[in-house]
Design a protein around this ligand. Structure first.
Ligand code: SF4
Length: 458
């Protein structure tokens, strides 16, 4: 229910639905010691910024470069393609193709299983792929095609993996799709559990946007701890199957991959850590922690020398921009809480105050860390909607919004600078190189003269 405007209430207060109040942590609630409502279903009618279950699954699996992705559903679901999620590849480019069974009214009435079987046959006979993911989207969840049976039969017939991802958009929210994708990866890995470990790690939750996985791999090469499996940026079927040999799983995007790390610990005995490669402090900590856990003295020494050198060079470059950031305020709305934490730290390193922090799928412990990093009057939101974001950006006088494709128009409508920290960006923001790119981009955006010519939004 939408709150009615009372005399004396600001516009912002009238934008908040009663049911959303507990998902927004403001100063007064924090003073009372209340937590935030999170990890729950979106409020019906609130126009959540969250993606659907299918999109959550697709974002995790799509970067596997030699996999085929067949979307069993109406053609609209298949509009989610490589073109809007630009993971780079050092090998196959098969993943840049999109396939759909293009379900029509007739299929919905009489069932679409035959059409799916024919689509798999065509892909197998034309491309002979090692791995196919079949996504069942909303309408298939309603009509109940037996997608498992079709995939199982195709595996038996062709001897290649055909893994169903039953992800109707309505079955929860984006985080449920992450879990389904992780289960699909587990189904792939399970027959390849290794009995011996070796010096090497898996990176979980990096999607090689603008080559970020390559930056991390270079760092690991520098300290002598190789990356065995990458989930899923620049991954291919062959390298994924080696992942059970790693001594450690390093989880970068906790929102999407923490579940996989936990299951791999249970099933393969591989321990995991969370590590972020965004910002100087977090990048340095990530490299040092990995070196420490490798138990290799040489790796520790190389990591200390490398991070010492690179962090001071990056800090010197950030320092040069600090005068341009004086008095600037940032708003953050990203997918997961762990990334938001890194971004707050990064803005602090740059001398920018974070006044709004929101995530699509943050967890209670992550929101606690966030509350400890920002000033007491910063607003923290779980699963925000456009009206809330706009209202709080106006109220807090934010100068720049960091988000993804769905947030960009919100900022521009308000005559505010924007930085894309999601899957469409074309330059890397991870590692020390990323620190330089991020600092330059924020400076160019927030100090652009264009904002002086915009209509006054607030
Ligand atoms: S909500 Fe349903 S119909 Fe829409 S993209 Fe997601 S799976 Fe497809």
């Amino acid at each position: 229910m939408r709150k009615e405007a009372q005399s004396g209430e600001t516009d912002m207060q009238t934008q908040i639905l009663d049911e959303r109040e507990k998902s927004i942590l403001r100063k007064e609630q924090r003073c009372r010691g209340g937590g935030i409502n999170c990890e729950s279903a979106s409020v019906s009618g609130a126009v959540s910024q969250r993606a659907c279950v299918y999109c959550g699954a697709r974002v995790v699996l799509n970067p596997i470069t030699d996999a085929f992705h067949i979307v069993h559903g109406p053609i609209g679901c298949a509009s989610y393609t490589w073109d809007i999620r630009g993971s780079l590849t050092s090998g196959s480019t098969l993943f840049r193709n999109a396939f759909s069974t293009d379900l029509q009214e007739r299929d919905i009435i009489f069932g679409g299983a035959e059409k799916l079987a024919a689509a798999i046959d065509e892909v197998m006979q034309t491309y002979k792929p090692k791995l196919i993911f079949v996504y069942a989207t909303c309408i298939v969840g309603v009509i109940g095609d037996d997608v498992d049976a079709v995939c199982r039969k195709a595996e038996e017939q062709y001897g290649n993996r055909v893994i169903p991802v039953k992800a109707p958009g309505f079955a929860g929210h984006k985080a449920e799709g992450y879990r389904m994708a992780c289960n699909a990866l587990l189904a792939l890995l399970k027959p390849h559990a290794a009995s011996t470990r070796r010096l090497g790690i898996n990176i979980l939750g990096d999607y090689n946007l603008a080559g970020e996985m390559w930056i991390i791999k270079n760092y690991m090469r520098e300290i002598g701890v190789p990356v065995i499996g990458s989930f899923t940026g620049d991954a291919c079927c062959e390298t994924l199957l080696l992942a059970p040999q790693a001594f450690l799983n390093v989880v970068q995007c906790a929102g999407s991959m923490l579940y996989l790390a936990q299951r791999m610990e249970e099933q393969f005995g591989i321990p995991w850590i969370k590590a972020s490669f965004f910002g100087i402090e977090d990048t340095t900590n990530a490299i040092m922690n990995i070196a420490e856990l490798s138990g290799d003295k040489g790796a520790r020494a190389r990591a200390a020398a490398f991070t010492g050198r690179e962090s001071s060079l990056a800090a010197r470059d950030v320092e040069r921009y600090k005068a341009h950031f004086a008095g600037k305020k940032a708003a953050i709305f990203v997918g997961g809480g762990f990334k938001a934490i890194s971004l707050i730290r990064q803005f602090t390193e740059m001398g920018i105050e974070t006044v709004i922090v929101g995530t699509q799928t943050g967890k209670a412990d992550e929101y606690e860390v966030i509350a400890g990093l920002v000033n007491s009057d910063a607003v923290i939101l779980d699963d925000a909607n456009p009206a809330e974001l706009e209202a709080f950006m106006k109220e807090k006088g934010a100068d720049i919004l960091v988000g993804g494709v769905k947030e960009r128009p919100l900022a521009y409508k308000l005559g505010m600078a924007f930085c894309d920290h999601n899957h469409e960006r074309k330059h890397p923001l991870a590692g020390y190189e990323g620190v330089r790119n991020f600092t330059k981009e924020i400076n160019l955006s927030v100090n652009s003269p264009v904002w002086r010519y915009m209509y006054p939004a607030f």
